[in-house]
Design a protein around this ligand. Structure first.
Ligand SMILES: [Mn+2]
Length: 417
């Protein structure tokens, strides 16, 4: 009998999306997940970090999480659960209920513990993995998101983060090799940005690690590791063309720029020391993210498109989130109101309005001004330049008049200051 593993990550429970509460979506996902664990007869569930969206999750968010743990454990007796902390989680807080969770066969690794001689305690990072009958089949290097001070400092390192993280994985692998008996596999977990992973252009939550400096080369995961379960990047993908090094991706859509994302779990079968089967399991999306129109258009056309949306019937808790994309020729202070009224009774939740203006032609290069010129600039002149830069047209007379009134008032008040 192969060992059956399910890999999931980046739940971000408690997340709000443009001020909309997503609890319902999380509950839908987690109850579906309980069903999958049972249906696929899973031995081990791996969760690769970002359980919660914030370090101090709300009581409601915590309830959703603990309810899931209880439900999945009673639906699938003997299931082992291994969870690591992500960069959004509080490592210490996530670990706090450890004594209770051990009774549910659940291991949470948030912190990197040290021994008395300050060396890393790999016994706490490398977890024995058993099947539902309690027979040991593998070892899991459950390495949480590593912060400064978690990873060892490598003397003379050019990039201390990359080299420190590499050291942790190398040492954990050595530890696992020493522990494992013939026929037992080694698997790894991580919450990090692997080099070459495709990120999403607008997803702020995966951007907590910035720049290429903190990328980890895929070679950090030894070829001898049967499967590496990664979290942090929200688009599901394999890394460095290695089928068995994977991001499972976020179960909920996280950004309007997601194109062709298939939200998924990864199902893995281990036989002996190898992964013999690997399958993507598509997650049903409760509330989709839609853009109308697909590229910015003028307001008349946008309003027509919005008119075609289906009417709201009953609850809106699984209605799609909507981004409206409008192209304007000038400012329109009533834009938001117009759009809000258009979708008021529609089966959507208005999340954002993306306004753009026609591209300026081949605009003349911005000239560098001399000190004298800067000194002599009139407020109206600056306002006029800014307006023209944004809307590609001159200031309307009405605005000039209003602006002059404001300037006058400011000038009158000035001597009193
Ligand atoms: Mn995340």
């Amino acid at each position: 009998m192969p060992l059956k593993i399910l890999h999931t990550t980046d739940w971000h429970i408690g997340q709000t999306f443009y001020d909309y509460d997503r609890t319902y979506e999380h509950e839908q996902f987690l109850s579906w997940l309980v069903g999958q664990v049972k249906e696929l007869d899973i031995d081990v569930l791996l969760m690769s970090g970002d359980v919660f969206d914030v370090a101090n999750p709300s009581a409601r968010a915590q309830e959703v999480f603990y309810r899931f743990l209880r439900e999945v454990s009673s639906a699938q007796p003997g299931l082992q659960i291994i969870i690591i902390a992500g960069n959004h989680d509080s490592a210490a807080r996530l670990e706090a209920p450890k004594p209770l969770l051990e009774a549910l066969n659940t291991t949470i690794v948030g912190l990197v513990h040290r021994k008395e001689d300050r060396s890393l305690d790999y016994e706490k990072l490398v977890i024995p993995v058993v099947n539902r009958q309690g027979e040991r089949k593998a070892w899991c290097m459950a390495v949480p998101f590593l912060r400064l001070g978690d990873y060892p400092s490598v003397p003379g390192a050019v990039n201390p983060y990359t080299e420190g993280v590499t050291t942790v994985y190398q040492q954990a692998y050595q530890y696992a090799l020493n522990k494992r008996e013939k026929g037992e596999a080694i698997i790894a977990m991580g919450h990090l940005h692997a080099a070459g992973a495709a990120t999403s252009e607008n997803d702020r939550s995966e951007r907590a690690i910035i720049g290429g400096v903190e990328c980890i080369p895929v070679t950090v995961f030894d070829e001898g590791i049967a499967y590496t379960a990664l979290g942090h990047i929200h688009k599901a993908q394999r890394v460095g063309k290695r089928e068995n090094v994977r991001y499972a991706g976020s179960p909920l859509p996280m950004s309007f720029s997601e194109k062709g994302y298939k939200h998924q779990l990864i199902y893995i079968e281990l036989e002996g020391e190898q992964a013999t089967s690997l399958k993507e399991v598509e997650i049903p999306v409760t509330a989709e993210l839609i853009r109308i129109p697909s590229s910015p258009r003028d307001l008349d056309l946008v309003m027509k498109e919005l008119g075609k949306l289906p009417e709201k019937e009953g609850s809106n808790q699984s209605a799609p989130y909507l981004e409206v994309r409008v192209c304007l020729n000038g400012p329109d202070p009533s834009l938001k109101h117009k759009i809000q009224s258009a979708v008021e009774n529609k089966y959507v939740r208005l999340a954002r309005i993306d306004v753009s203006y026609p591209e300026a032609g081949k605009e003349e290069r911005k000239r560098i001004m001399s000190f004298d010129e800067l000194h002599n600039l009139e407020p109206l002149q600056i306002f006029s330049e800014v307006y023209k830069g944004k809307y590609q047209t001159g200031l309307p007379d009405e605005l000039i008049q209003l602006f002059n009134e404001v300037v006058q008032q400011v000038n009158i008040k000035e001597p009193q200051a």
